[in-house]
Design a binder for this molecule. Structure first.
Ligand code: NAG
Ligand code: NAG
Ligand code: NAG
Ligand code: NAG
Length: 222
């Protein structure tokens, strides 16, 4: 059976990689472009998120379906501007927020602290923690992310991960009501003076700023 042999080879390879170098494994950089479907549990409220990461074009998109609820768009540009909006048939709302930081770099996991291996969602994973803010689980055999948990307790389960997938340009256009005069009122420059730029970029990616900065008392699940 080829697949069993392949698995054994991969396992051996992973094992040798680990033992020969005698060093902690390093998380794989994010592909420059990918599409992932995430199931997210945020304190018991569930959402399905389409994540479109597009580094060469300096943009990142979270399209968030709340369970039996609204479909929300969180469009982030590397120049610091984020648009949060809803489209018909939901109310047409838009909030524009300016950050001092861009989107996550493909190598944002560099310098993460290795915590060992664990089974999550039935996959054997290498685990890292970055800045006490996120715990990241990567499949040992394929180096694909399986799950990440923010220190807020928000858990993202990676359901699909399509390397190289790109969302068409037209879809990255915020609606016209994001650019109206009234929008000026909600514009605000969001800086997180307590966090360095790396942590700020992570907080921006997390999609909760200010009200949900990392809580030191939160304990990651064992
Ligand atoms: C979501 O997380 C909460 C804890 O915050 C937990 O009680 C609940 O069982 C989780 N729901 C699912 C579907 O995983
Ligand atoms: C950032 O880029 C987006 C998309 O091109 C644009 O709508 C927005 O106004 C830009 N923000 C700044 C601060 O230049
Ligand atoms: C949408 O707009 C209507 C009418 O203004 C309002 O009654 C309703 O609460 C709004 N719904 C949401 C989810 O904001
Ligand atoms: C903008 O930021 C300031 C300072 O953080 C805050 O007091 C103000 O309420 C914010 N305005 C809006 C519209 O969010």
């Amino acid at each position: 059976m080829a697949s069993a042999k392949e698995s054994i080879c991969l396992l051996l390879f992973a094992f040798l990689q680990y033992t020969v170098k005698g060093q902690d494994p390093i998380p794989k950089d994010w592909p420059l472009q990918f599409h992932a479907v995430l199931f997210i549990n945020r304190s018991g409220s569930l959402q399905k998120t389409d994540l479109w990461y597009d580094w060469p074009n300096g943009r990142n998109f979270n399209i968030i379906q709340h369970q039996l609820g609204d479909l929300k768009y969180d469009l982030e540009w590397d120049n610091g501007t984020s648009f949060y909006y809803t489209l018909q048939p939901f109310n047409q709302t838009c909030k524009l927020i300016r950050f001092d930081v861009g989107i996550l770099r493909p190598n944002w996991l560099h310098g993460a602290n290795y915590l060992g291996q664990r089974y999550v969602d039935n996959f054997l994973c290498n685990v890292w923690e970055k800045l006490h803010f996120i715990r990241y689980y990567e499949h040992v055999l394929t180096q694909t992310p399986v799950q990440w948990i923010f220190s807020s307790g928000m858990i993202a389960h990676v359901m699909t991960f399509e390397v190289g997938a790109v969302l068409e340009d037209e879809k990255w256009q915020a609606p016209v009501y994001c650019f109206g005069e009234t929008q000026a009122e909600t514009q605000n420059k969001t800086s997180m003076p307590l966090l360095d730029s790396e942590a700020s970029a992570l907080a921006r990616f997390h999609g909760m700023f200010m009200r949900d900065t990392p809580h030191p008392a939160y304990a990651f699940p064992k």
